[in-house]
Write a protein that binds this ligand. Structure first.
Ligand code: NDP
Length: 485
């Protein structure tokens, strides 16, 4: 009988074709509207984390290249973009948004190849949101006088932007769209392991006829990022990534007069009360921690479940996780793709080892892992206490830590007992309980009876070690505007 049930749920392979992507052997830097090699000629490889296939070589920008990019951004800011009427800037952004939609399939496949995340997510989440962020900000470009910053707020100038590998093109959109809408020019560094979609975005800027220098893309590793954020020609720094690097950047920027926004890590609590609709909550728990392999700064990586329903929730959760399909990210049925890099896989393994050594109990479904590439099975830790590293540190992988609580006060105290404060989820049928809880949670984003929902109109950002500043919505524009005198 059990065998029969399994057979019913077997899926035939449904691979998305990769023929829509034409990979080049090597990609160059994008400076002043043109693709140009790094002065040193240095290159790095980028791989497909699902099978370790070499995808392409990418230039490594050194100090002279960063200098050139910042100078190009300055010329474009002073010569054309900063003074251009908002309605004109908006036209470019609308054009970029439309081209992103036209090339969405190509970009989704490319992002899946370079990042390892399932095509279902790049196609249905990343790319639609990328276009939405450009459309939304295009609409703001001629309405900045009504952004609540006085009658004629000014752009800040040249923005130095450094982004991570977990949502490569979406993080680019979060950074570039508001900056350009507000009249700034940018130099952006994508992550070392996921540079390709940013370089195709550079082609899109050319296709849209964006004036040279308004967008510059410098690829490279941490050293390139350091050179960019430390460059004296940058007026504003925007960073998304780890708290450790965020701290280093905050120190390097201190006293320079540069504006700074930091979007760092998280250890989000997903609180399930005993009156919640449990099947819906289980869906929310699964998407909270297994979406994008848990490589999500606002992941619901700590499940706080009321003791009276804990057994039942865990039973349903395990049954649901057993149905998740891990494997080829290009297969349209895949729920869990590859871990983005060997380094990240090692970090996950380290923390999971620490969880077991500290006495938490781990569970994973029967789940054969592909032989090549970087993979980690979905994992649930129970018997977790507040002191365990798996309850305190950001794992950034498909690993859920489960804690229980008895009263709403205890739920709030445990949820807030973290150095982070980026996101939280609250599952309850009662509106009053939801509002009571949300008012007391120290987190930038709180979802109620859902999780991981994003909208360009909604500001996103954190408290405490999750960083400062907001991205998205009217609030996000403030980072790129100077108040009218
Ligand atoms: P990093 O913070 O190192 O990377 C983020 C970006 O910063 C990348 O583009 C990186 O370049 C760049 N960078 C690295 N060092 C510097 C520097 N000194 N100055 C300026 N830019 C720099 O994250 P990791 O990839 O190392 O991931 C480590 C951990 O960080 C993860 O395990 C996870 O816990 C957390 N993380 C959190 C993210 C979030 O959204 N909150 C996103 C990514 C990671 P390069 O890629 O070339 O190193």
């Amino acid at each position: 009988m059990e065998e029969q049930a399994h057979r019913i749920f077997e899926y035939a392979p449904a691979p998305e074709s990769r023929s829509v992507v034409r990979l080049r052997t090597a990609y160059e830097l994008f400076i002043d509207g043109e693709f140009t090699p790094a002065e040193s000629g240095e290159r790095m490889d980028t791989l497909n984390p699902a099978d370790e296939e070499h995808l392409a070589q990418v230039s490594v920008a050194g100090d002279p290249d960063v200098d050139r990019a910042v100078a190009a951004a300055r010329r474009a800011f002073e010569g054309v973009w900063g003074a251009m009427p908002g309605a004109e800037r908006g036209k470019y952004l609308f054009r970029i948004a439309r081209i992103l939609q036209e090339r969405a399939r190509e970009l989704a496949v490319l992002e899946t190849l370079d990042n390892g995340k399932p095509i279902k997510e790049t196609r249905d989440v990343d790319l639609p949101l990328v276009a939405a962020y450009f459309f939304y900000h295009a609409g703001w470009a001629d309405k900045l006088d009504y952004a609540g910053m006085g009658p004629a707020p000014r752009p800040v100038g040249v923005a130095a932007q450094v982004i991570p590998w977990n949502f490569p093109l979406l993080m680019l959109a979060w950074k570039i769209a508001p900056a350009l809408a507000a009249g700034n020019t940018v130099v952006l560094k994508p992550a070392e392991t996921t540079p390709l979609s940013a370089l195709v975005f550079a082609e899109i800027c050319q296709e849209a006829g964006l004036p040279p220098g308004v967008v510059n893309i410098v690829t490279g590793a941490g050293g390139t990022g350091r050179a960019l954020v430390g460059h004296p020609g940058a007026d504003k720094v925007a960073f998304t990534g780890s708290t450790a690097v965020g701290r280093e950047i905050a120190r390097s920027v201190a006293g320079t007069g540069k504006r700074l926004t930091l979007e760092l890590g998280g250890k989000g609590a997903n609180i399930v009360y005993d009156d919640a609709a449990l099947d819906q909550a289980v869906e929310g728990i699964v998407s909270g921690i297994f979406f994008n392999q848990g490589h999500v700064c606002c992941a619901g990586s700590r499940l706080l479940v009321q003791e009276s329903v804990a057994e039942e929730v865990l039973e349903r959760l395990r049954a649901r996780i057993e149905r998740l399909r891990l494997g080829d990210p290009l297969d349209k049925n895949t729920d869990i793709g590859a871990i983005n890099s060997a380094e990240q896989l090692e970090r996950i393994r380290d923390l999971v080892r620490a969880g077991a050594e500290e006495g938490a109990e781990s569970w994973s479904p029967q789940c054969p892992l592909p032989e090549k590439g970087y993979w980690f099975a979905p994992t649930v830790f129970t018997g977790v206490t507040q002191a365990h590293r798996v309850a305190r540190e950001e794992i950034f992988g498909p690993v859920l830590s489960v804690l229980t609580f008895r009263t709403p006060d205890e739920a709030v105290a445990k949820a807030n007992n973290t150095p982070y404060g980026l996101s939280a989820g609250v599952w309850t049928e009662k509106g009053s309980r939801m509002l009571w809880t949300a008012e007391r949670l120290r987190a930038g984003v709180i979802w109620s009876n859902t999780f991981n929902k994003f909208d360009p109109a909604s500001p996103f950002g954190g408290y405490k070690e999750s960083g400062y500043g907001r991205e998205g919505g009217r609030h996000g524009l403030e980072a790129y505007l100077v108040h009218a005198a």
